[in-house]
Ligand binder design. Sequence first.
Ligand SMILES: C[S@@+](CC[C@H](N)C(=O)[O-])C[C@H]1O[C@@H](n2cnc3c(N)ncnc32)[C@H](O)[C@@H]1O
Length: 390
Amino acid sequence: MSLSSTPITLDALRFFRTSRGAELLTEAADLAGDELRASQVLRARFPADICRAALALVQLRQAAREKFSLADQMYFDREGLEMASREEISTYRATRFQPGQTVADLGCGIGGDLLGLAARCRVQAIDLDRVRLEMARLNLQAAGLGAALIQADLCRFPVRADAIFLDPARRHEGRRVRSGEDYSPPLSFVQELRRFTPAVAVKVAPGIDESELPGGCEVEFISAGQQCREAVLYFGPLASAERRATVLPGPHTLVGAPGTAVPVAPPGSFVYDPDPALVRSHLLDELARRLDAWKLDPQIAYLSSAHLVTSAFARAYRILSSMPFNLKRLRRFLAQEGMYAAEIKKRRFPIEPQELRHLLDLPTQGQGVTLILTRLADQPFVFICVSAGK
Ligand SMILES: C[S@@+](CC[C@H](N)C(=O)[O-])C[C@H]1O[C@@H](n2cnc3c(N)ncnc32)[C@H](O)[C@@H]1O
Protein backbone atom coordinates (compact mmCIF):
# COMPACT_ATOMS: atom_id res chain seq x y z
CA MET A 1 0.00 0.00 0.00
CA SER A 2 1.37 3.44 -0.90
CA LEU A 3 2.04 5.77 2.03
CA SER A 4 -0.71 8.24 1.07
CA SER A 5 -3.29 5.42 1.09
CA THR A 6 -2.61 4.71 4.77
CA PRO A 7 -5.96 4.83 6.57
CA ILE A 8 -6.20 7.76 8.97
CA THR A 9 -8.23 6.69 11.96
CA LEU A 10 -10.35 8.70 14.36
CA ASP A 11 -7.71 8.01 17.03
CA ALA A 12 -5.01 9.42 14.77
CA LEU A 13 -7.12 12.53 14.09
CA ARG A 14 -7.68 12.97 17.82
CA PHE A 15 -3.94 12.64 18.48
CA PHE A 16 -3.04 15.14 15.73
CA ARG A 17 -5.13 17.73 17.60
CA THR A 18 -3.07 17.41 20.79
CA SER A 19 0.12 19.44 21.31
CA ARG A 20 2.26 16.28 20.82
CA GLY A 21 0.31 15.50 17.68
CA ALA A 22 0.92 19.01 16.35
CA GLU A 23 4.62 18.53 17.13
CA LEU A 24 4.62 15.24 15.20
CA LEU A 25 2.92 16.82 12.17
CA THR A 26 5.37 19.76 12.13
CA GLU A 27 8.35 17.40 12.31
CA ALA A 28 6.85 15.11 9.66
CA ALA A 29 6.36 18.13 7.38
CA ASP A 30 9.96 19.26 7.98
CA LEU A 31 11.25 15.79 7.09
CA ALA A 32 8.98 15.39 4.03
CA GLY A 33 10.73 14.07 0.93
CA ASP A 34 12.77 11.39 2.67
CA GLU A 35 10.05 9.18 4.19
CA LEU A 36 12.46 6.43 5.21
CA ARG A 37 14.60 8.77 7.31
CA ALA A 38 11.50 10.60 8.58
CA SER A 39 10.01 7.32 9.70
CA GLN A 40 13.23 6.33 11.54
CA VAL A 41 13.54 9.72 13.26
CA LEU A 42 9.87 9.93 14.28
CA ARG A 43 9.50 6.32 15.40
CA ALA A 44 12.06 6.97 18.11
CA ARG A 45 9.48 9.20 19.81
CA PHE A 46 6.04 8.24 18.51
CA PRO A 47 4.18 4.94 17.86
CA ALA A 48 4.85 3.47 14.40
CA ASP A 49 1.22 3.52 13.20
CA ILE A 50 0.74 7.16 14.16
CA CYS A 51 4.04 8.10 12.43
CA ARG A 52 2.85 6.45 9.22
CA ALA A 53 -0.50 8.26 9.42
CA ALA A 54 1.29 11.59 10.01
CA LEU A 55 3.59 11.06 7.03
CA ALA A 56 0.59 10.11 4.89
CA LEU A 57 -1.27 13.24 5.95
CA VAL A 58 1.74 15.41 5.15
CA GLN A 59 1.87 13.91 1.64
CA LEU A 60 -1.86 14.47 1.19
CA ARG A 61 -1.62 18.07 2.38
CA GLN A 62 1.10 18.71 -0.19
CA ALA A 63 -1.05 17.21 -2.94
CA ALA A 64 -4.06 19.20 -1.70
CA ARG A 65 -2.35 22.57 -2.14
CA GLU A 66 -3.52 22.77 -5.75
CA LYS A 67 -7.14 22.39 -4.55
CA PHE A 68 -7.29 24.23 -1.23
CA SER A 69 -5.68 27.44 0.03
CA LEU A 70 -5.78 26.06 3.60
CA ALA A 71 -4.44 22.61 2.61
CA ASP A 72 -1.68 22.62 5.21
CA GLN A 73 -4.21 22.94 8.04
CA MET A 74 -6.71 20.44 6.63
CA TYR A 75 -7.30 16.70 7.06
CA PHE A 76 -7.73 14.18 4.27
CA ASP A 77 -7.78 10.55 3.35
CA ARG A 78 -6.55 9.83 -0.14
CA GLU A 79 -9.87 8.96 -1.74
CA GLY A 80 -11.61 11.80 0.11
CA LEU A 81 -9.10 14.27 -1.31
CA GLU A 82 -9.35 12.85 -4.83
CA MET A 83 -13.15 13.14 -4.74
CA ALA A 84 -13.22 16.58 -3.13
CA SER A 85 -14.33 19.58 -5.17
CA ARG A 86 -11.62 22.21 -5.52
CA GLU A 87 -12.07 25.42 -3.58
CA GLU A 88 -12.59 27.74 -6.54
CA ILE A 89 -15.37 25.51 -7.87
CA SER A 90 -17.14 24.97 -4.55
CA THR A 91 -16.96 28.70 -3.80
CA TYR A 92 -18.49 29.46 -7.18
CA ARG A 93 -21.11 26.71 -6.99
CA ALA A 94 -22.29 27.89 -3.57
CA THR A 95 -23.41 31.12 -5.28
CA ARG A 96 -26.08 29.04 -7.05
CA PHE A 97 -27.83 28.76 -3.66
CA GLN A 98 -29.55 31.65 -1.90
CA PRO A 99 -27.57 33.20 0.97
CA GLY A 100 -28.94 32.09 4.32
CA GLN A 101 -30.83 29.13 2.80
CA THR A 102 -30.60 25.76 4.54
CA VAL A 103 -28.78 23.36 2.24
CA ALA A 104 -28.35 19.62 2.82
CA ASP A 105 -24.89 18.56 1.57
CA LEU A 106 -25.45 14.85 0.94
CA GLY A 107 -22.22 12.88 0.85
CA CYS A 108 -20.06 15.73 2.16
CA GLY A 109 -16.83 13.68 2.26
CA ILE A 110 -13.89 15.65 3.67
CA GLY A 111 -15.86 18.84 3.02
CA GLY A 112 -14.65 20.29 -0.29
CA ASP A 113 -18.12 21.50 -1.26
CA LEU A 114 -19.09 22.05 2.34
CA LEU A 115 -16.45 24.77 2.71
CA GLY A 116 -18.03 26.77 -0.11
CA LEU A 117 -21.61 26.14 1.04
CA ALA A 118 -21.00 26.88 4.73
CA ALA A 119 -19.52 30.28 3.88
CA ARG A 120 -22.89 31.27 2.40
CA CYS A 121 -25.68 29.05 3.70
CA ARG A 122 -26.75 27.08 6.76
CA VAL A 123 -25.65 23.53 6.02
CA GLN A 124 -26.55 20.05 7.18
CA ALA A 125 -23.71 17.84 5.99
CA ILE A 126 -24.32 14.10 5.81
CA ASP A 127 -21.89 11.24 5.21
CA LEU A 128 -21.83 7.60 6.11
CA ASP A 129 -18.11 7.64 6.79
CA ARG A 130 -17.41 8.76 10.35
CA VAL A 131 -13.74 9.57 9.76
CA ARG A 132 -14.52 11.75 6.74
CA LEU A 133 -17.19 13.50 8.70
CA GLU A 134 -14.67 14.30 11.42
CA MET A 135 -12.23 15.52 8.75
CA ALA A 136 -14.99 17.74 7.35
CA ARG A 137 -15.59 19.16 10.84
CA LEU A 138 -11.88 19.94 11.30
CA ASN A 139 -11.63 21.41 7.81
CA LEU A 140 -14.57 23.71 8.51
CA GLN A 141 -12.91 24.70 11.77
CA ALA A 142 -9.70 25.56 9.92
CA ALA A 143 -11.73 27.95 7.77
CA GLY A 144 -13.57 29.42 10.77
CA LEU A 145 -16.86 27.91 9.56
CA GLY A 146 -19.46 25.58 11.00
CA ALA A 147 -22.26 23.24 9.93
CA ALA A 148 -24.46 20.49 11.37
CA LEU A 149 -22.57 17.26 10.66
CA ILE A 150 -24.60 14.06 10.66
CA GLN A 151 -23.44 10.50 10.23
CA ALA A 152 -26.22 8.78 8.32
CA ASP A 153 -27.10 6.82 5.21
CA LEU A 154 -28.28 9.58 2.88
CA CYS A 155 -30.58 7.13 1.09
CA ARG A 156 -32.65 6.88 4.28
CA PHE A 157 -32.18 10.36 5.62
CA PRO A 158 -35.33 12.50 5.88
CA VAL A 159 -34.02 15.79 4.52
CA ARG A 160 -35.47 19.01 5.92
CA ALA A 161 -33.79 21.77 3.95
CA ASP A 162 -34.59 24.45 1.38
CA ALA A 163 -32.22 22.88 -1.13
CA ILE A 164 -30.13 19.74 -1.57
CA PHE A 165 -26.65 19.34 -2.97
CA LEU A 166 -25.74 15.74 -3.78
CA ASP A 167 -22.25 14.63 -4.69
CA PRO A 168 -22.45 10.87 -5.26
CA ALA A 169 -19.33 8.71 -4.95
CA ARG A 170 -18.19 7.87 -8.48
CA ARG A 171 -15.98 4.98 -7.45
CA HIS A 172 -16.62 1.37 -6.70
CA GLU A 173 -13.94 -0.57 -4.83
CA GLY A 174 -11.41 2.15 -5.61
CA ARG A 175 -12.17 2.28 -9.35
CA ARG A 176 -13.96 5.07 -11.17
CA VAL A 177 -17.35 4.16 -12.57
CA ARG A 178 -18.72 5.71 -15.75
CA SER A 179 -22.45 5.30 -15.67
CA GLY A 180 -24.58 7.56 -13.47
CA GLU A 181 -26.51 4.47 -12.38
CA ASP A 182 -23.29 3.05 -10.91
CA TYR A 183 -22.74 6.14 -8.74
CA SER A 184 -23.41 5.76 -5.02
CA PRO A 185 -26.23 6.67 -4.73
CA PRO A 186 -27.26 6.29 -8.39
CA LEU A 187 -28.22 9.34 -10.44
CA SER A 188 -31.87 8.28 -10.52
CA PHE A 189 -31.94 8.83 -6.74
CA VAL A 190 -32.47 12.53 -7.58
CA GLN A 191 -36.15 11.78 -8.12
CA GLU A 192 -36.42 10.48 -4.53
CA LEU A 193 -34.71 13.60 -3.23
CA ARG A 194 -37.10 15.85 -5.10
CA ARG A 195 -39.85 14.60 -2.79
CA PHE A 196 -38.18 16.58 0.01
CA THR A 197 -37.59 19.76 -2.02
CA PRO A 198 -37.68 20.52 -5.74
CA ALA A 199 -34.40 22.48 -5.40
CA VAL A 200 -31.78 19.78 -5.99
CA ALA A 201 -28.27 20.07 -7.47
CA VAL A 202 -26.19 17.01 -8.33
CA LYS A 203 -22.54 16.87 -9.23
CA VAL A 204 -21.74 14.43 -12.06
CA ALA A 205 -18.61 13.55 -14.04
CA PRO A 206 -17.74 16.08 -16.78
CA GLY A 207 -17.52 13.22 -19.25
CA ILE A 208 -21.01 11.88 -18.48
CA ASP A 209 -22.70 10.42 -21.51
CA GLU A 210 -25.27 12.78 -23.07
CA SER A 211 -27.82 9.97 -23.08
CA GLU A 212 -27.65 9.82 -19.28
CA LEU A 213 -28.49 13.48 -18.74
CA PRO A 214 -32.05 13.70 -17.46
CA GLY A 215 -34.48 16.13 -19.05
CA GLY A 216 -36.03 19.11 -17.29
CA CYS A 217 -32.88 20.30 -15.56
CA GLU A 218 -30.03 22.73 -16.19
CA VAL A 219 -26.69 21.15 -17.06
CA GLU A 220 -23.66 23.26 -16.21
CA PHE A 221 -20.14 22.38 -17.27
CA ILE A 222 -17.45 24.08 -15.21
CA SER A 223 -13.84 24.52 -16.21
CA ALA A 224 -10.90 25.77 -14.20
CA GLY A 225 -7.32 25.99 -15.42
CA GLN A 226 -8.42 25.13 -18.99
CA GLN A 227 -9.85 21.76 -17.93
CA CYS A 228 -13.51 20.85 -17.76
CA ARG A 229 -13.57 19.68 -14.15
CA GLU A 230 -17.18 18.79 -13.55
CA ALA A 231 -20.79 18.98 -14.55
CA VAL A 232 -23.69 19.86 -12.27
CA LEU A 233 -27.38 19.19 -12.80
CA TYR A 234 -29.78 21.75 -11.29
CA PHE A 235 -33.44 20.95 -10.76
CA GLY A 236 -36.46 23.06 -9.88
CA PRO A 237 -35.81 26.67 -8.84
CA LEU A 238 -32.03 26.13 -8.98
CA ALA A 239 -32.19 25.79 -12.78
CA SER A 240 -31.97 28.99 -14.80
CA ALA A 241 -30.99 27.75 -18.29
CA GLU A 242 -30.88 24.53 -20.27
CA ARG A 243 -27.14 24.47 -20.80
CA ARG A 244 -24.47 26.62 -19.20
CA ALA A 245 -20.70 26.78 -19.58
CA THR A 246 -18.80 28.43 -16.73
CA VAL A 247 -15.13 29.29 -16.86
CA LEU A 248 -13.18 29.95 -13.66
CA PRO A 249 -11.63 32.10 -12.41
CA GLY A 250 -14.23 34.72 -13.18
CA PRO A 251 -16.82 33.38 -13.12
CA HIS A 252 -17.52 33.77 -16.83
CA THR A 253 -20.76 32.08 -17.68
CA LEU A 254 -22.50 31.52 -20.99
CA VAL A 255 -25.95 30.13 -21.67
CA GLY A 256 -27.58 29.21 -24.94
CA ALA A 257 -29.98 31.62 -26.62
CA PRO A 258 -31.93 31.26 -29.85
CA GLY A 259 -30.05 32.73 -32.80
CA THR A 260 -29.21 32.37 -36.46
CA ALA A 261 -27.34 29.26 -37.55
CA VAL A 262 -23.57 29.69 -37.66
CA PRO A 263 -22.14 29.13 -41.16
CA VAL A 264 -19.20 26.92 -42.12
CA ALA A 265 -16.59 28.82 -44.15
CA PRO A 266 -12.85 28.87 -44.96
CA PRO A 267 -10.45 30.36 -42.41
CA GLY A 268 -10.29 34.13 -41.83
CA SER A 269 -7.48 35.92 -39.98
CA PHE A 270 -8.09 34.38 -36.56
CA VAL A 271 -8.78 30.93 -35.20
CA TYR A 272 -10.39 30.28 -31.79
CA ASP A 273 -9.92 27.27 -29.56
CA PRO A 274 -13.02 27.19 -27.32
CA ASP A 275 -12.75 26.36 -23.64
CA PRO A 276 -13.50 22.66 -22.92
CA ALA A 277 -16.55 23.57 -20.76
CA LEU A 278 -18.02 25.35 -23.74
CA VAL A 279 -17.40 22.42 -26.07
CA ARG A 280 -18.93 19.97 -23.58
CA SER A 281 -22.01 22.16 -23.14
CA HIS A 282 -22.64 22.34 -26.92
CA LEU A 283 -22.72 26.14 -26.84
CA LEU A 284 -20.38 26.59 -29.79
CA ASP A 285 -22.98 28.39 -31.92
CA GLU A 286 -23.64 30.85 -29.11
CA LEU A 287 -19.93 31.57 -28.78
CA ALA A 288 -19.51 31.93 -32.56
CA ARG A 289 -22.26 34.56 -32.65
CA ARG A 290 -20.56 36.47 -29.84
CA LEU A 291 -17.20 36.36 -31.60
CA ASP A 292 -18.70 37.23 -34.96
CA ALA A 293 -17.07 34.00 -36.05
CA TRP A 294 -17.91 30.97 -38.16
CA LYS A 295 -17.18 27.24 -38.05
CA LEU A 296 -14.31 25.78 -40.04
CA ASP A 297 -15.97 22.40 -40.26
CA PRO A 298 -19.40 21.24 -39.08
CA GLN A 299 -17.81 18.51 -36.90
CA ILE A 300 -14.91 20.44 -35.38
CA ALA A 301 -14.95 22.89 -32.51
CA TYR A 302 -12.43 25.43 -33.90
CA LEU A 303 -13.94 28.75 -34.97
CA SER A 304 -12.56 31.49 -37.20
CA SER A 305 -13.15 35.20 -37.72
CA ALA A 306 -11.95 38.14 -39.76
CA HIS A 307 -11.49 40.42 -36.73
CA LEU A 308 -10.23 39.67 -33.28
CA VAL A 309 -12.78 39.49 -30.46
CA THR A 310 -11.23 38.31 -27.20
CA SER A 311 -13.31 36.17 -24.87
CA ALA A 312 -12.89 34.18 -21.65
CA PHE A 313 -14.52 31.28 -23.49
CA ALA A 314 -11.86 30.76 -26.14
CA ARG A 315 -8.18 31.22 -26.82
CA ALA A 316 -7.61 33.35 -29.89
CA TYR A 317 -4.79 32.87 -32.40
CA ARG A 318 -3.72 35.07 -35.31
CA ILE A 319 -3.14 32.89 -38.36
CA LEU A 320 0.30 33.44 -39.91
CA SER A 321 -0.14 30.71 -42.49
CA SER A 322 -2.18 27.58 -43.08
CA MET A 323 -1.87 24.57 -45.34
CA PRO A 324 -3.09 21.01 -45.87
CA PHE A 325 -0.98 18.92 -43.54
CA ASN A 326 2.16 17.45 -45.03
CA LEU A 327 5.04 16.76 -42.66
CA LYS A 328 7.86 17.61 -45.08
CA ARG A 329 6.15 20.75 -46.28
CA LEU A 330 5.43 21.91 -42.74
CA ARG A 331 9.00 21.24 -41.60
CA ARG A 332 10.39 23.12 -44.64
CA PHE A 333 8.07 26.05 -44.05
CA LEU A 334 8.96 26.37 -40.34
CA ALA A 335 12.69 26.02 -41.02
CA GLN A 336 12.60 28.64 -43.80
CA GLU A 337 10.65 31.10 -41.63
CA GLY A 338 12.89 30.52 -38.58
CA MET A 339 9.97 29.16 -36.53
CA TYR A 340 9.51 26.27 -34.13
CA ALA A 341 6.43 24.69 -32.56
CA ALA A 342 6.23 26.20 -29.06
CA GLU A 343 2.68 24.82 -28.67
CA ILE A 344 0.78 22.14 -30.57
CA LYS A 345 -3.01 21.76 -30.35
CA LYS A 346 -5.21 19.29 -32.12
CA ARG A 347 -8.77 18.24 -32.67
CA ARG A 348 -9.62 15.14 -34.68
CA PHE A 349 -6.05 14.78 -35.88
CA PRO A 350 -4.30 11.40 -35.82
CA ILE A 351 -0.81 12.47 -34.65
CA GLU A 352 -0.17 13.30 -31.00
CA PRO A 353 1.55 16.66 -30.33
CA GLN A 354 4.60 14.99 -28.77
CA GLU A 355 5.00 12.67 -31.74
CA LEU A 356 4.71 15.56 -34.20
CA ARG A 357 7.32 17.56 -32.29
CA HIS A 358 9.61 14.55 -32.55
CA LEU A 359 8.87 14.08 -36.28
CA LEU A 360 9.46 17.76 -37.02
CA ASP A 361 12.83 17.54 -35.28
CA LEU A 362 13.41 21.32 -35.35
CA PRO A 363 15.68 23.28 -32.98
CA THR A 364 13.79 25.42 -30.42
CA GLN A 365 15.11 28.69 -31.76
CA GLY A 366 13.64 31.59 -33.66
CA GLN A 367 9.94 32.43 -33.40
CA GLY A 368 7.84 30.12 -31.21
CA VAL A 369 4.50 29.49 -32.90
CA THR A 370 1.35 27.51 -32.15
CA LEU A 371 0.46 24.72 -34.56
CA ILE A 372 -3.24 23.91 -34.68
CA LEU A 373 -3.84 20.54 -36.28
CA THR A 374 -7.28 19.53 -37.42
CA ARG A 375 -9.37 18.26 -40.32
CA LEU A 376 -11.12 20.50 -42.80
CA ALA A 377 -13.53 18.83 -45.20
CA ASP A 378 -12.07 15.57 -43.87
CA GLN A 379 -8.51 16.45 -44.91
CA PRO A 380 -5.72 16.97 -42.35
CA PHE A 381 -4.91 20.64 -42.09
CA VAL A 382 -2.51 22.82 -40.08
CA PHE A 383 -2.68 26.44 -38.95
CA ILE A 384 0.57 28.18 -38.04
CA CYS A 385 -0.42 30.85 -35.53
CA VAL A 386 0.57 33.13 -32.70
CA SER A 387 -1.47 33.73 -29.59
CA ALA A 388 -3.80 36.72 -29.78
CA GLY A 389 -5.01 36.49 -26.16
CA LYS A 390 -7.53 34.55 -24.15
C1 LIG B 1 -17.72 12.30 -4.06
S1 LIG B 1 -17.61 12.18 -2.33
C2 LIG B 1 -18.08 13.76 -1.78
C3 LIG B 1 -17.02 14.80 -1.95
C4 LIG B 1 -17.39 16.14 -1.35
N1 LIG B 1 -18.49 16.75 -2.04
C5 LIG B 1 -16.20 17.07 -1.36
O1 LIG B 1 -16.16 18.01 -2.16
O2 LIG B 1 -15.29 16.83 -0.54
C6 LIG B 1 -19.02 11.20 -1.95
C7 LIG B 1 -19.21 10.90 -0.47
O3 LIG B 1 -20.49 10.26 -0.35
C8 LIG B 1 -20.42 9.36 0.73
N2 LIG B 1 -21.52 8.41 0.54
C9 LIG B 1 -21.69 7.50 -0.46
N3 LIG B 1 -22.85 6.82 -0.28
C10 LIG B 1 -23.41 7.31 0.86
C11 LIG B 1 -24.60 7.03 1.55
N4 LIG B 1 -25.44 6.09 1.14
N5 LIG B 1 -24.86 7.72 2.68
C12 LIG B 1 -24.02 8.68 3.12
N6 LIG B 1 -22.87 8.99 2.49
C13 LIG B 1 -22.57 8.31 1.38
C14 LIG B 1 -19.02 8.78 0.66
O4 LIG B 1 -18.62 8.33 1.94
C15 LIG B 1 -18.21 9.97 0.17
O5 LIG B 1 -17.55 10.60 1.23
